[in-house]
Design a protein around this ligand. Sequence first.
Ligand SMILES: [Zn+2]
Length: 132
Amino acid sequence: MATYKTVKRECLIDFLKSHSKYSFTIREIAAEMSSDNTIRSVPSESTVYRLMREMEREGTVRRYIDPKNREYVYCLADNDDIPVNMRCKVCGNVYTVDGETSRRIKEEIINCGAAVPADSIDFLVKCRNCSQ
Ligand SMILES: [Zn+2]
């Protein structure tokens, strides 16, 4: 099912990006966002809850149990370690995409409302040798 981009969702992702070193409970996210008057559209607690569950399913955010108080906390998923590969349709050679490009590809995937797979992202291409 497609996920639609909404202003509230974008604001929520922006918030998580600017606090990417921290994990928050749903209540904390809603409270922090409503106290920040630079945020264009502040989602209610129930909307934060719905959006976070949705983004958890896509792999955009991860959910943990905070060992201190046994509450669920959320943070942006760190997709940096997931490789982006180009596999040649003809000869089967695999080429790894460099860090900056692969980061942009993952950002685009998430911006489209799709999920970054947990193992790897693979593109089918025709490599330089095979296209000659
Ligand atoms: Zn090839």
